[in-house]
Design a protein. Structure first.
Length: 300
């Protein structure tokens, strides 16, 4: 197999993980026309169509799926061989693309990645903070940070830290608020709601298996976690937030947990990454660093 064939495998493996030619071109740093031309040339050389093109999505043909699977296996073997040959190499090197929601990304992930980059100067870190649903299947990201369970079976998940969602309020709000001893009492309170991923964001769930819930009402809604927490600190109502976010405020006495004896669902923090045959050493090292760092910062 010559070098051009290896390049074609690498090219198409990237194509197979892109949702459109535009995304593929962006990942490769090329124009859409250049990517389309190369894809057409590859299909012509192989004599079969590899993708079905539409204005919005790329979908692989049966031949394309076969070629992509074979490409991934060969490229993984190539990567394993190169790593085996450079086993004496101490320094990690290469690019690590990480995606996270803005809140935990800004507060914890960014500082931890800065530490990792300082320890490994040949590593290039690319961090994107986005409020959109986190799913790296079909994208160019190596790691996605997710609060909550794994929803894509095509990805691996590494638990980074334990986390729960709890209800809390400012002492100034609780001084004049109605009594609050059961979850049904929440219906009489002003609840500040965080809108996330178009989910049923006004449903506050309780119990280890989320078997109980309350459809809360309130005068303030936002899609930004820092904003709803700030409103809560100002005494404007109750909020349900992750412990990683509000624990420091509770320790300082700025916020107070309510209904502490009522179980709330876990919302553990995971790192999602592609289910390749062998995860690159730089990704494994980054995952270990994030796990150790988050455990030290927010507990296990």
């Amino acid at each position: 197999m010559d070098l051009s064939s290896i390049d074609d495998l690498d090219f198409f493996e990237q194509i197979s993980r892109s949702q459109s030619l535009t995304e593929a071109a962006r990942n490769w740093g090329k124009s859409v026309s250049a990517v389309s031309k190369r894809l057409t040339a590859l299909e012509s050389r192989l004599g079969v169509p590899l993708v079905r093109r539409s204005t919005r999505r790329l979908t692989l043909t049966e031949e394309g799926q076969l070629y992509a699977a074979g490409a991934l296996a060969i490229l993984q073997q190539k990567s394993d061989l190169e790593e085996a040959l450079s086993v004496q190499q101490v320094e990690l090197r290469g690019r690590i693309a990480v995606r996270s929601s803005p809140g935990i990304g800004r507060t914890h992930i960014a500082p931890l990645l800065a530490d990792f980059a300082r320890q490994h100067p040949l590593i290039q870190v690319d961090l994107e903070l986005s409020p959109l649903p986190l799913n790296i299947s079909g994208t160019s990201f190596d790691i996605a940070i997710r609060v909550g369970g794994l929803s894509d079976s095509r990805l691996k998940a590494k638990l980074l830290a334990r986390n729960r969602r709890i209800v809390c309020a400012a002492p100034s709000y609780l001084e004049s608020a109605p009594p609050l001893t059961t979850i049904r009492d929440l219906e009489r309170h002003n609840c500040i709601v965080l809108r996330e991923n178009n989910a049923d964001y006004s449903l506050w769930r309780f119990g280890e298996k989320e078997q109980e819930y309350v459809d809360v009402k309130g005068s303030m809604i936002s899609d930004d976690g820092d904003v709803v927490t700030d409103w809560c600190v100002r005494g404007l109502g109750l909020v349900m937030r992750s412990t990683w976010h509000v624990d420091p405020l509770i320790r300082q006495g700025v916020l107070q947990q309510v209904l502490p004896d009522i179980p709330t669902p876990s919302a553990d923090i995971f790192a999602l990454y592609p289910a390749t045959v062998r995860t690159p050493r730089r990704i494994t090292a980054a995952l270990e660093h994030l796990q150790q760092g988050l455990t030290a910062r927010i507990g296990s």
